[in-house]
Design a protein around this ligand. Structure first.
Ligand code: DAH
Length: 339
């Protein structure tokens, strides 16, 4: 019996040692320690053993059982550790590898140009205000002295929402809204989106941006307008920039002018940028028409003022030497990153 036990233990230990995976180990456990296992069989055959020998054999069987259990457990632990080691090895992260650069956006040339314009006027004591993009006909046309038969009021040029509601075609209606408040003096710029029923090409878009300017106080003259815009042009395009006022017509200003600046590229010599003239048109302006003041409740005998309207895209295109406006609306970050 002792010999048999010893042989069983030796055989089991050998098998445990040779086992290469957890399944095999479980088979071995069943084969030796299971209900019909070899060791269990021995216990069952105890009835054939001499009674006085039974305790000794019993103890031997128990010892054999605990040796096998210890060995099985140890091997099981070894397998678990091995599995974990392999997993860790597989999941290793090389923290010294360079990281993937996150894709980040870039400020739009329009935004950069607008901030520049705002900085200049805020520096001169202006306030930045906004008005609605969906506007009444009254503010966009009527109160700005734009007559009923004016071509701008045509459906070909203006997006109408209803008969008297439209998408503003200019930022000038913000002038009216500001004057109506009855708080004087006024010194504001009003940047914003405007809409016109235009087809897209290199210089046109159905939606673009303007920056409106308005100053109302006692004794405001054309000289104030000239001085203000000359200073603006210098700060925006450089100290040597000169301005030229050309007579023009706008229904809401009298007199009205268009303003050209000396070409910042050739300083007035004439180049591709200014189409050889040395000058570049940048805005429209004028002294606010007395009728416009009156309609908004301001007495033209006591107050006067000037107004101007700048195309934001025009400034951005000039400042950053972009030759197609469509590039501003595609939002290709490879393009935007250049500014
Ligand atoms: N609103 C004009 C336009 O869209 C621009 C303009 C011209 C605005 C003269 C003004 C101004 O305030 O005085 O063409």
């Amino acid at each position: 019996m002792k010999e048999k036990l010893k042989a069983i233990v030796e055989e089991a230990l050998e098998k445990i040692k040779d086992s290469q995976e957890l399944d095999k180990l479980n088979e071995i456990r069943v084969a030796f320690l299971g209900k019909k296992g070899e060791l269990t069989e021995i216990l069952k055959s105890m009835k054939d053993v001499e009674p006085q020998e039974r305790p000794v054999i019993g103890q031997l069987v128990n010892e054999a059982r605990s040796i096998l259990e210890d060995n099985l457990d140890e091997k099981k632990k070894y397998f678990a550790q091995k599995l974990r080691r392999e997993q860790i090895l597989k999941e290793t992260i090389d923290v010294t590898l360079p990281a993937k650069k996150p894709m980040i956006g870039h400020r739009h040339p329009n935004s950069i140009a607008l901030e520049e314009v705002e900085r200049i006027f805020v520096g001169m004591g202006y306030e930045v205000v906004e008005g609605p993009e969906v506007e009444y006909d009254y503010y966009n046309f009527e109160a700005l002295n734009i007559p009923a038969n004016h071509p701008a009021r045509d459906e070909q040029d203006t997006f109408y929402v209803t008969g008297d509601i439209l998408l503003r075609t200019q930022t000038s209606p913000v002038q009216v809204r500001e004057m109506e408040k009855g708080r004087l003096p006024i010194r504001i710029i009003a940047p914003g989106r405007v809409f016109r029923s235009d087809a897209v090409d290199a210089t046109h878009s159905p939606s673009f941006h303007q920056i409106e300017g308005l100053v109302i106080d006692r004794n405001i003259t054309f000289a104030d307008l000239k001085g203000t815009l000359a200073e603006f042009a210098k700060q925006l395009f450089g100290e040597n920039t000169r301005v030229k006022f050309r007579p023009h017509h706008f229904p809401f200003t009298e007199p009205s002018a268009e303003v050209d600046v000396t070409c910042f590229k050739c300083q007035g010599e004439g180049c591709r940028f200014c189409k050889g003239s040395g000058w570049i048109e940048i805005l429209g302006c004028g002294m606010v028409h007395p009728r416009v003041l009156k309609m908004s409740g301001i007495d033209p005998k006591q107050y006067s003022g000037f107004a101007f309207g700048v195309g934001l895209e025009r400034i951005a295109l000039l400042k950053y030497e972009i030759d197609d406006m469509r590039l501003l609306y595609e939002n290709d970050v490879r393009f935007l990153k250049q500014f």
